[in-house]
Design a protein around this ligand. Structure first.
Ligand code: 3HC
Length: 323
């Protein structure tokens, strides 16, 4: 008997949306083959694609210092870290593919400048101390964000975070150890460290996104338990964790308004320069153009590897078909 191919249910079928939201409320994990509102799929694709792009672009500022690491031990841990970031990017791109997106399409959006990636990677890395501060602040911020994302409602994303957070912990520890070593070093090493802290502190707070009142995506993401904490809650958690770490190695965070609030048990901090944030997000940061040019050049120079891999795969397929 001919069976008519069931057309996919309309994306906004109220009964399906109600059932989906009941699953979310029950804390269930949504899997790739499950029905989901198109808006949920779209939001996840946007967030996961940007996350993957951030991991890939994030390799550039640190890769810049591999050949100049001060010892073999430092070089080995930096190479391992940069290699991990590549893996994180590929891992999260795999996650976007479970949503029915072509990876090539996302990569093309990154290369043509229409996709976003984390603002933090648009700042230059001017000294070796930047490698320590990036590990301490940037990977530290990533851990705060990603340990919460490990509880996201979309199964593939949450599971990717579990594995990625384990590696981020190594990234943060190696960075903080570099900082602690420099903090005990010569006056010029301490000055180099303080300069890196002064340049990366505020851009690291910006990683968590705009303040909650200016975050157009948060409400929906929180409703669907993709985000489990708001931008400001995660930012505050990062500040609360980092201030004692700065005190422990005797460095100063560049915020005269940083004050411990015994009532809230939070470290209150000064006003973030949101003009700077939106300028960098809008493509006008110190290194945006350089980062995109480097990504495009790497993609073009790597074309032969992709072609060879595809030709080999096609030959393998022909071989198995002929057998
Ligand atoms: N850099 C660039 N764009 C940013 C940004 C940032 N730091 N923060 C926010 N934005 C963009 C958003 O993408 C959104 O634009 P869009 O609607 O065109 O996509 C706009 O600013 C408004 O922000 P919202 O708060 O409404 O956006 P979200 O709800 O998506 O929250 C986020 C932003 C907190 C970054 C969230 O997307 C998120 O948690 N993403 C997953 C984690 C991630 O991407 N981390 C990036 C760092 S990568 C990293 O940590 C690598 C590690 O190895 C160091």
């Amino acid at each position: 008997m001919a069976t008519t191919k069931k057309s996919p249910p309309p994306a906004d079928d109220p009964a399906l949306v109600a059932a989906f939201e009941a699953r979310i409320a029950a804390g269930e994990s949504i899997e790739p083959k499950d029905w989901m509102p198109e808006r949920y799929r779209k939001q996840l694709t946007r967030m996961m694609a940007q996350h993957a792009h951030s991991e890939i672009v994030g390799m550039l500022p640190e890769g810049n210092w591999i050949t100049r690491a001060p010892s073999l031990r430092r070089k080995l841990s930096l190479i391992a870290k940069v290699q991990d970031e590549a893996g994180h990017g590929l891992y999260i791109y795999c996650g976007t593919e479970t949503l029915g997106v072509e990876r090539d399409e996302l990569v093309a959006q990154l290369h043509d400048g229409t996709a976003k990636y984390s603002s933090i990677f648009n700042y230059p890395t001017l000294s070796w101390a930047d490698m320590g501060v990036i590990g301490w602040f940037v990977d530290g911020a990533a851990i705060v964000n990603q340990t919460v994302l490990a509880k996201a409602s979309y199964g593939p994303y949450a599971r990717a975070m579990v594995r990625i957070c384990k590696e981020e912990n190594f990234h943060k520890r190696q960075g903080y150890e570099i900082c602690a070593t420099l903090a005990k070093g010569t006056p010029s090493q301490r000055a180099m460290l303080q300069d890196a802290i002064d340049r990366f502190w505020w851009p690291s707070l910006m990683m968590f996104g705009p303040s909650d009142k200016d975050s157009p995506n948060s409400a929906e993401l929180l409703k669907w338990r993709v985000k489990r904490k708001t931008n400001d809650e995660l930012r505050q958690r990062f500040v609360n964790l980092t201030v004692p770490q700065a005190q422990a190695i005797g460095v100063t965070l560049p915020d005269p308004d940083l004050t411990y609030n015994p009532e809230t048990k939070n470290w209150d901090f000064g006003e973030i320069d949101w003009d700077e944030f939106w300028q960098v997000v809008g493509g006008n940061g110190p290194c945006n153009k350089e980062r995109l040019a480097a990504r495009n050049a790497a993609h073009d120079e790597g074309a032969w590897v992709r072609e060879a891999a595809l030709a080999h795969a096609a030959k393998q397929r022909r071989g198995t078909e002929a057998a």
